[in-house]
Design a protein around this ligand. Structure first.
Ligand SMILES: C[S@@+](CC[C@H](N)C(=O)[O-])C[C@H]1O[C@@H](n2cnc3c(N)ncnc32)[C@H](O)[C@@H]1O
Length: 347
């Protein structure tokens, strides 16, 4: 059973806070200027007066409904507006209203232009990293309880599996369920090569890859949870494996040397990446020319695969998310019972 990580409580995203602050501010400004017909008339006496003046202008005494009256939003909550003002006073109110509206319009337009320059980019976690800070991600208040409320290309990013659930990765029935030994064979790992196992967890695959690359090769086992890397190191020592090197990555960077890796493997990991685009940019940089990257993901196309939806991915979604990167799709291996192996090569 896949578990959300109870131990990895996410701090509120600063970029999200900044974005909502600007949105609230912008909405409060614009609602005053543009959305007043939607406000309850009883909430603001000054605006009530404004609306009354407009009504007075548009709906002279004794005439039929005004141009707005079809909208229930502007039906006055209290008594009918007072249309008994003397005409010069009505004109003075109208002129004053129009002047204030014009002034608010100019002010809000100036603020709207100025604000985006002053607020940090929505992806502020990348500040100073030298990476692109474009708004690739969307945040939704309503989202799955299995996800973090952050969406990339229409897909919600799943919670990271916490180290407290590490035993699940080493369960004895795993090979019978996922054909893990076959999976490693299908990757066609060459002796003497460098393989990066990103999101290595307890090292279930790193151990098997270590045998394939042999003493002339190396496995770089990357994870963002130090506890996982501690477990992995213990497991390597117990198995007598010496050609696996652990690397503590970050949510945007696996911290691999550039142009050094022949194969990047991600088993049941990519859908958890907090910053999938930035991670993939760094992964491509770490690959040697012609190097491969293999995604092993539970099949999102198959409702019979007994894994939560957010922890699965379709082949089409993986391809869509790789389209912006200098990668060429090579093959999709669909012969495993539950997962697809989707392979790309660095261009
Ligand atoms: C479901 S476990 C899979 C572990 C391993 N691949 C396996 O199949 O046995 C996912 C792992 O990915 C790690 N992870 C999540 N996001 C990561 C990132 N951006 N960089 C490196 N590791 C990450 C998690 O900490 C967790 O250990």
């Amino acid at each position: 059973m896949r578990m959300a990580s109870p131990d990895l409580v996410r701090q509120p995203d600063r970029s999200l806070q900044a974005a909502s602050a600007s949105s609230v501010l912008a909405r409060s400004i614009f609602s005053d200027v543009w959305a007043f017909p939607g406000r309850p008339l009883s909430s603001n006496t000054e605006s009530d007066l404004d609306i009354n003046v407009v009504r007075a202008l548009m709906q002279p005494e004794g005439c039929g409904p005004s141009a707005f009256s079809h909208s229930p939003a502007i039906q006055p909550a209290g008594p009918r507006p007072d249309f008994t003002l003397a005409p010069p006073l009505r004109l003075a109110h109208a002129v004053s209203y129009l002047m204030r509206t014009l002034l608010r319009g100019i002010l809000s337009a100036a603020l709207a232009l100025f604000l985006p320059c002053r607020l940090p980019a929505a992806d502020s976690t990348l500040a100073g990293s030298g990476k692109a800070t474009t708004n690739r991600y969307e945040f939704r208040a309503e989202h799955s309880r299995d996800g973090i409320g952050k969406f990339y290309m229409g897909r919600e990013i799943a919670h990271v599996m916490g180290h407290l659930a590490a035993d699940w990765l080493e369960r004895p029935e795993r090979d019978a369920e996922e054909h893990t030994e076959t999976m490693v064979e299908l990757l066609r790992v060459e002796p003497g090569t460098v393989v990066a196992d990103i999101g290595a967890g307890t090292g279930y695959f790193a151990r098997r890859l270590a045998r394939k690359v042999g003493s002339g090769g190396k496995v770089l086992a990357v994870d963002i949870q130090p506890e996982m890397l501690t477990l992995l190191e213990k497991n390597m020592a117990a198995a007598g494996v010496t050609n696996v090197q652990t690397v503590l990555g970050t949510i945007t960077d696996p911290k691999l040397p550039p142009r050094s890796v022949d194969l990047v493997l991600m088993v049941d990991v990519y859908h958890e990446f907090d910053h999938p685009y930035e991670m993939m940019q760094a992964i491509v940089t770490s690959l040697r020319p012609g190097g491969r990257v293999a995604f092993v993901e539970f099949r999102g196309e198959d409702p019979k695969v007994p894994i939560k939806e957010l922890h699965k991915m379709t082949e089409a979604q993986v391809k869509k998310e790789m389209a912006d990167l200098p990668l060429t799709w090579v093959e999709t291996i669909r012969t495993l019972p539950r997962q697809n192996i989707i392979v790309f090569r660095k261009r």
